[in-house]
Ligand binder design. Sequence first.
Ligand SMILES: Cc1cc2nc3c(=O)[nH]c(=O)nc-3n(C[C@H](O)[C@H](O)[C@H](O)COP(=O)(O)OP(=O)(O)OC[C@H]3O[C@@H](n4cnc5c(N)ncnc54)[C@H](O)[C@@H]3O)c2cc1C
Ligand code: FES
Ligand code: FES
Length: 1290
Amino acid sequence: MSNIAFLLNGRRVTVSNFEPRLTLAEYLRSPAVGLMGTKPACNQGMCGACTVLLTSLKDGKAKYTPVNACRFPLVSCDGMAVQTIEAGNTKTSRQLNCIQEKFVKHNATQCGFCLPGFVMGVTALVKETQGHPTVDDIEEAMSGHLCRCTGYRTVTDALREFVTEASTREHALLGGATNSITYYKNLQGTSIATTAIPEFHGVAVTDAGMTLGAAVTVQELLEACRAYAKAHADQMSPAHALLEVLPRYRGKEARSVSTLAGELAIGTEVANYLTGLGATAAVERVTRGANGHPQVEVRAQVGLPQLVGLLQDRAAVTVITSVHLPFPAPRAAPEFYACYKLSRKVENMHHLLLAVFRVRLTPGADGLLVVDQCTLGFAKYVGWRSELIRDAALEATLVGRPWNDTTAREVAAGMPQRLQPLLAATPSTDMDMGWGMDTGWDTGLGWGCTHLHGWGMDTGWEDTAAHLDAYCATAGAGLFLRFYAAVARHMNKLSGPLADVRQPTRRSLMRDTQDWEHIPESDLTGTRHTNILMQSHATGFSRFTLDIELPANGLYGALVCSTHPHARLDGIDATEALKIEGVVAMVTARDIPGINKHTGIVMDTTVFADGEVECVGHPIALVMATSQPLAELAASKVVVHYTDLPAILSIDQAIAANSYLSGLESHKLVLGDVDATFAGRSDLVVTEGHFYTGGQEHWYLEGQNCLVVPRDEHYEVFSSTQNPSKVQTDVAGVLGIPRRRVTCTINHTGGGFGGKQDRPCILATAAAVGALKTGRPVRLALPRRLDFQMMGGRHPFRCDYKFGCTRDGKMVALKVRVVTDGGHCHDTTGPVLDKCVFQLPNAYTIPHIEIEGRGAKLNHPTNTAFRGFGAPQHCAMMEQIVEEMAGKLGMAPHQFRELNLNKPGDEILFRELNLNKPGDEILVGSYVSHGKGEAQLQAIWDQLMQTSEFPRRLAEVEAFNRQHQYVKRGISLIPLKNGVCFEEDFMNQGMALVHVLADGSVQVSHGGVEMGQGLNTKMAQIAAQTLGVPLDTVSVLPTCTDTCANTQPTAASSGTDLNGGAVREACAQIVRNLAPLRAEFPKATFAEICNKAYFGRVTLSAASHFKLPTLGWHWDTKTGFSAFYYDFGASVSEVEVDTLTGEFTILRSDLLEDAGRSLNPTLDLTQVEGGFMQGVGWLTMEEINWSLRSGAMLTVPFTYALPGLADTPLELHTALLKGHPCPENVAGSKSSGEAPVLLGTSVLMAIRHAIQSARADRGLKAQFTMDTPLTIEKIKLAIEGQAPSDLGDH
Ligand SMILES: Cc1cc2nc3c(=O)[nH]c(=O)nc-3n(C[C@H](O)[C@H](O)[C@H](O)COP(=O)(O)OP(=O)(O)OC[C@H]3O[C@@H](n4cnc5c(N)ncnc54)[C@H](O)[C@@H]3O)c2cc1C
Ligand code: FES
Ligand code: FES
């Protein structure tokens, strides 16, 4: 097809001669179209940020379909209407529509990168339901949308407003092309869009079953099942079975596009369900006739297992024309079907295990129903293509037996033993997806990563998934019991303990409350204000770095990265790459005129590897071309020669090899005498052991990207960074020029969370070298998978501990050694380690402490700053040690915690005898709240104890657990204490430049970066309040090194404190300048005063610099303070755990945080909720796996479980502490940025509580090792006593 025509935001457009695999998102964002509101966050159909609305005509009626534009071929838009977030607005005139208005009203998002997607998802739903969506509709519509910032509460509040309820192949067949759009990206040839064939769209439902055209989408199948189930409420038919699982399959946008034929051809999860349910496919076998025309050889109806062979047979092309799902014939023998899916998060996540069950029952002797036939099908995850296994011997254990509790229990009891070897033997078919494409086992590569060719095929899966078979075997038996219970309930024959077994239910939208201190509205620095950027986020006109237009003659870059963890570089051959038309140049270490060094506090790694690579993902070269696909293609053609060197690929390997990052040896703090205490106190109860906490991906929605524009002698860098001055410094260093010739600008980022503190320098320096060589602008944007592989994340830790307490529960001695995976270079590992070490005792008073931290040096990418910076780790580690001890003492954990909570007057600071100056005290604590913070902690504890009704609910949980075997509950109350500011004094400084214009309006520039936390809003509030002007007269300008220089990263929760202090002082200077005029003209408006000042030659501008008092922390002398103040808080969470499968639900969470006198409760509450969910994700689902063979990260975006809307608590109560201002800080406030991540620990401990009850029922020890993330597999294995190690003699 050479021409297509469609309506774009109401305007007819025709597009000709385009590349057939061009996606709709690429088209919309191309310079010619310039609709940047469609955000490419993952480019893989996973996050929903790129959602647009398609309208087509079906049977004379409008059909509304939300689609992921990043996976939707432009070609498929022919004849449709496409609506983007910008519809109805222009760059210069913008008005919110009623949907956008609701999101803005609720300040629904933070960084705003996800917002266009949410708005468009709702737009589609509102149209589809003619303005009457139900809660279920909304839940379903949002299943494919991710937000990393908010924790979804504010999004939910907005959503609630809408509820009105009550290959190398020559020819490619395209279905929805959600898959093909990626994998055939660079291939030439004809595409046949099956979606354009009307005959492929029919849906016919009869009593005998459903016949569905090959291009019927998964969502249409779901809707057909829904309609059937509604009309046949008394059945457990195949349609009912699919209703349980299809809504959890990917997001609605993806389901609305991917076709049944596509699913079957790939062998996806949906194909497995259909196979288990006995579906068949109508196929045509097509060959090329003598005249070259296609010729249909055979038409047939085949079983799905047979289809696999046909599709693989390349002698002819197999075209699926329709799918038939049979329903059981009405007969005396009742038949029941069910499908189940287990995955780490509720929606939009691949299965770990899926099961398809069927039984046909016939009357037997004694009137009992006996199993006549059955299907027990299971598929574990081995990639998208998974294979349903059925075992005749297993099914035979059921056939002929009465359908009752005894049979169910006996069959379930024998099932794991039978299943485990079968599952273990399941071939990893997906490792090569069999289309002649080197796509990589994980199927998440994306076109942007072809240059990582080589390691994509390293399965390494066996290294990390050994426990998966054990899990699937026992959880599979659990699912069978679930099926039995469902059938028995259906027949009204369920009683006894099995009545407990939970059936999956659709959740409703979260219920929530918020509480904060109400300050008179006249005080702009204490009242609620929505983020000043919300309107532009909601209309899609916010400009992130990724949205800046590439100047004419600009180039796109793609990195060539190491595929070896540690190797000597023997040569780089770009001959083939440079032959490709459109490829302009390649740069390597040899092209760097300055120093080949960057990142972190210690500059110890290279921009481009020089002689040696130290991790997979280590940049080696940058290829530049006239388009992104060309640059990627060229990068994949660069041949790199390596000689492997020994590599260290785990923390334990590093410890064994004594491989540590240099300079971090002295990170040890001592209080009292731990060894003497353990040796001399036989009265102590002692526990010891070790465990691990996992890493975490930042998953900022706007991926890492930059644009470097050379102008004469000057380099203008636009970077999605939290740290523009560092980008400026590193670019100048690499180019060997003074910093004055480089500027760095950032408008706002689509999330950062620490990942953009130092790491953006990698991109900016590489692109700058490219810009130098070519003299042309260079854009470098990382594909999401490469972002995962090379950018580093939260530091994982190993924790070894020994803990002693008196029998009555007083903490006495704690000895801990923590070792973190620092990766191959320092980056921020030193300060992350420090924070963990400083804070490890959390909020507890322990007289004897010895804590040592070491940074292990591995051949992994360096780990880096991540919200909390070592503090979430300290909290999770200490609270696990506390739980274990409470269990050993036989005390309720909350009582043990409260007994040892820091109290005013407690000796809580570290002291160590300074050997050089005997008698000197060595203190580690906070500058401000030393002495008074402890009282605050107790107030928080008492308040939350009361508002969460903890004692009553704990008693209820315990009563519940006594009565239930298959489902358990847990509840936990956790204190929070987290130090704020940088430990290096020089970093505790902020900058601001304020211009008041002669019309009285105000422009504020400051040194911080807006990342969604609302920093610009808070700066505007401070300026408005200090100047005495309305908030809407203040604009905050992009952060740029030429307005505020020598700035610090926006990190360590210090952005508001440092820059707010500077803004306030700059505004106060202007007020002082205007004071004489104000006195002379008391009735004049602010604008009039400013006008008079201008004509009177009074300056209306002021720059200010702000610094914190000297904290003076020194590791060498171990003196000084480690924090300016502490944030305090607490959280209570209650969970329910399905003991058959390990799945859990957060029933309720209560969060209380001290934000001082909050500057803006709207923003602070959202920060608390977003941080909390980030903590929950880190501790329970966001697992990262590394290959112990190739050194590559095995986890890819597709397999990474980022919490979604359906993973949030059913009930959430968030409050800010009242009546505790922090007068030492700006406007009495405290930061709310990082501390809330620690609050997620309450969910972890609540799960632990539930597991303990389940273990007790099984006669297992209460204590067990709890490595995090505590995924559903680990929960189930811990319940069954199959955790890696169950702890000692408890
Ligand atoms: C982000 C993301 C997440 C995913 N998550 C999951 C998951 O959790 N679980 C899972 O199992 N899968 C998952 N998938 C796989 C996904 O379901 C498939 O990409 C999709 O179902 C394919 O459907 P389609 O219509 O888009 O097929 P297309 O991409 O159009 O085609 C896929 C294959 O089917 C062939 N084909 C299409 N139509 C016909 C026909 N009529 N006859 C014969 N062959 C045909 C094509 O030639 C091609 O080989 C995911 C994919 C993405 C992108
Ligand atoms: S779904 Fe398209 S960018 Fe994420
Ligand atoms: S606001 Fe949703 S990802 Fe940032």
